[in-house]
Design a protein. Sequence first.
Length: 364
Amino acid sequence: MDDDELRDGLREAGLSQYETNAYLAVLERGTAPAVKIAEQTGIPKSRIYDVLEDLERDDYVETFEQDSALSVRPRDPSEMMSDLKQRADKLASTAEAIEDRWERPEISGHKISIVKRLDSVVEQFRAAAEDATNRIQLAVSPSQFEAIRPALEDAVDRGVFVKLCVATRVEDPHVVNDMTFADAATEVRHRTLPAPFTALVDRSHTFFSSQSHPTDQYGIIIDDLTLTYVFHWYFQGALWGTWPHVYDSVAEGTKLEYVDVRECVQDIAPIVNDGTTIPATVHGFDVQTGENVSLSGEITEIISAAPPNENGSLTLTQLAGQATIVLESDGQEYGVGGRGATLEDVEGTRIVLDQPEAWSEVAN
């Protein structure tokens, strides 16, 4: 360690500039009159006695009278070095604790947390997936999918609707052909462009990591309904709506499930607008009271902000405003809306359609 580094270290240990200069001069000379230390260091003689007194109080030096003059010599540095090492160890432990807490934030009590490693984002997603009750929306690479497959299988086993977008490089589309999705996803689409790790759990938690460059990675963990809704539209527009299906767990059967009202409306709009009613069960909650609601009946009408196309279909753009399903149940009509419903009676979280053969093409 050179002199400049030694000076910086003593300053970090709490010594003033005068104290640092005086102590180094004492170490160099061994024993010397106080006035000589002042002359060597340029410390005013009126200050040298206070400086040496402070150093003596902290056990760096000891002063004594010699030939009617105040002299100074260095103390055995063992105690001082032990103290410095203890302080250094404490600071190192503090730094490690701060780094650990910054990289692994708890979701509770925070709206937005920024982390610097993808591993931290994935770990927090796994924890949230364990508590998922309705829906997981996810965009991952093939290797990331395999890493989190156990968490997804557990979610699907509990009845959670898993919408999975597998993102590959343009030159590697064949990778998806060798993948199996049974028991780990409800629907799968394939995006032939790399995508950031994106996961939404039950419409309230978001996990996002840019992965844009090895030296510029970061992650965002969000615990907020409104902000997660923003990522929902990013997922729908960029990671889901325009990419082809490669897997669907719904086989030929008697019912079809949706966890997104707008997707349901898109599929059934041509049929309902043609005059066909569809038996259905809606799960959600009352917009006014917030109480859980389950209604069974028939879908009789679709209300949208924009008029349907000639064939009765509606695009996602046409549904960006109002998208309402009218459900007739026990002689009453209920309006069922999607996330953030305000005009309707019920905010739907899951819609189960009974699937007559007359409109079985809806499932395809």
